[in-house]
Design a protein. Structure first.
Length: 487
């Protein structure tokens, strides 16, 4: 087959426009392995831990620790599978392009559009959280005003060059990683040793109110529908591969370190919160969360200024996650446009190789979150979380199925392999099916399904009626050839 990389009609050709200074679309390879790891952390270590954990605690009580442990194992299978495939094929569009090659163009199309929906919803949900954290200090500021304020910040960051974006996201993610580590250390001291003004709490609170599993063990399973939102974002390991300086090394390092950090942070942080704060108090008021359980810890202990400092850090965490997801959404729709599965103008980049049209289209979540908040609709954050979980489950399942086909194809050259290989991927799929099954018992998941299932059907109809005829197999092969040349 003849490569089309030099065809100036192709969006992937990076041809500059003399009149506008724009490029027709290749992305710049400017991200180092440290930045890639922190971008993935920036997306995954955000509201799900700092704000959404309150809802999960309310469902399962202290036993939610097990939910987070199980969730980390499922996420690990996905992250490592993606890491192995992306280290071999650092293609634009990440796992979606891989699915198009190893499954079929339809599954590549569907997984990418689903993930774009995920990033749009997560960006909006994280900004809702940012506004909620701001209200901790200034209750008079309307939620919608806070959303608009922070939306302007992340738009400015994303419109800079990818190198600048990576540097800013590295700093933001580093702040919250250090903060979480410090929280774990201080929390462990308070739990085991105590302070002169606050005796050691020990592990009494884990069983003080109805036992470790006060509602039984079924809620441990139901809580997974909330917990999995916390790990959403690890997909960026695959998306950022197309803009990595050294894809093979960067992906290998990022995949291994990201999932270990996430598992450690989530399980230990939640455990410490539940040791220091009664679980019913940490649960807050369900989906109408006014403050983070982490802020409650320091409020309860009475350390001067500590709660305000913690609120700054969790606000940074949510802002970082929103920033990373806007980046992911813009790159995903750029790849769709480059392959003819979205309007071609969405592949246009600026002189700095920033997909400005993709950023604009991916800002729908910012507008939607602000409108919902302005309308006064209750439970905005909880419903957006549920819709994200529904779509993430489908995307992750396609990633694992793609991985199984990838391994069975006998392709060699990956810089590392997932322990357990196909068996580990199969176990991950079983876990995802268990999470999906919560749709039968959890109202917010049922509402998410009522939105998500029609969205999948509409996407399928559009594929059959329009997109299928626009697919050029050489576009996908060009992406793989370009990635091969950069390994």
């Amino acid at each position: 087959m003849t490569s089309r990389r030099n065809d100036t009609s192709s969006p992937a050709s990076a041809r500059p426009d003399a009149a506008t200074g724009q490029h027709d679309g290749s992305l710049a390879r400017s991200l180092g392995h440290g930045q890639m790891a922190m971008i993935a952390m920036g997306s995954a270590l955000g509201t799900g831990l700092f704000l959404g954990s309150g809802e999960a605690i309310g469902i399962a009580g202290p036993a939610v620790i097990i939910s987070f442990a199980l969730g980390s194992l499922i996420a690990a299978s996905v992250a490592l599978a993606m890491g192995e495939m992306a280290s071999r094929h650092p293609v634009r569009g990440g796992f979606g392009t891989l699915a198009a090659r190893y499954l079929s163009p339809f599954w590549g199309y569907l997984s990418r559009w689903l993930y774009w929906i995920v990033t749009v919803c997560v960006t909006g949900a994280e900004l809702v959280a940012c506004a909620a954290y701001l209200a901790y200090w200034v209750p008079a500021i309307p939620l919608w005003a806070g959303i608009i304020l922070f939306a302007a910040v992340i738009l400015a960051i994303n419109l800079s060059s990818v190198g600048s974006f990576g540097a800013v996201e590295f700093v933001l993610s580093s702040i919250k990683v250090i903060a979480v580590f410090v929280f774990i250390v201080i929390g462990a001291v308070l739990v085991i040793f105590g302070l002169p003004s606050a005796p050691a709490s020990g592990f009494v609170e884990l069983t003080a109110d109805g036992g470790f599993a006060p509602m039984g063990w079924a809620p441990v399973w139901i809580a997974l529908s909330v917990v999995m939102f916390s790990f959403g974002g690890i997909e960026l390991l695959s998306i950022t591969a197309a803009e990595a300086k050294d894809p093979a090394r960067s992906i290998r390092t990022a995949a291994r370190t990201t999932i270990v950090r996430l598992a450690f942070f989530y399980v230990f942080c939640i455990g410490i919160v539940l040791c220091l704060v009664p679980w019913r108090q940490a649960a807050g008021t369900g989906e109408e969360v006014a403050t983070s359980p982490f802020v409650m810890v320091f409020d309860r202990i009475g350390i001067p200024g500590a709660a305000d400092i913690t609120n700054v850090l969790v606000l940074i965490a949510a802002l970082s996650a929103a920033n990373a997801n806007l980046y992911a959404g813009s790159r995903m729709i750029h790849s769709l446009a480059a392959d003819g599965l979205a309007p071609r103008f969405a592949a246009v980049t600026t002189a700095r190789r920033v997909p400005v049209v993709g950023i604009a289209l991916s800002s729908i979540g910012l507008v939607g979150a602000a409108l919902l908040a302005f309308s006064g609709v209750g439970g905005v954050f909880g419903y957006m979380m549920s819709l994200v979980v529904f779509a993430v489950i489908m995307v992750w399942a396609l990633i694992l199925i793609t991985y199984i086909r990838f391994r069975r194809s006998g392709i060699t050259g990956a810089t590392f392999r997932m322990p357990g290989g196909i068996l580990a991927a199969g176990a991950g799929l079983v876990g995802l099916l268990a999470v999906f099954a919560t749709v039968t018992v959890r109202p917010s998941m049922q509402i998410a399904a009522l939105v998500g299932v029609p969205a999948v059907l509409i996407a399928t109809v559009l594929y059959v009626a329009v997109a299928r005829r626009r697919i050029d197999p050489s576009d996908i092969e060009d992406a793989f050839e370009e990635a091969e040349s950069m390994r």
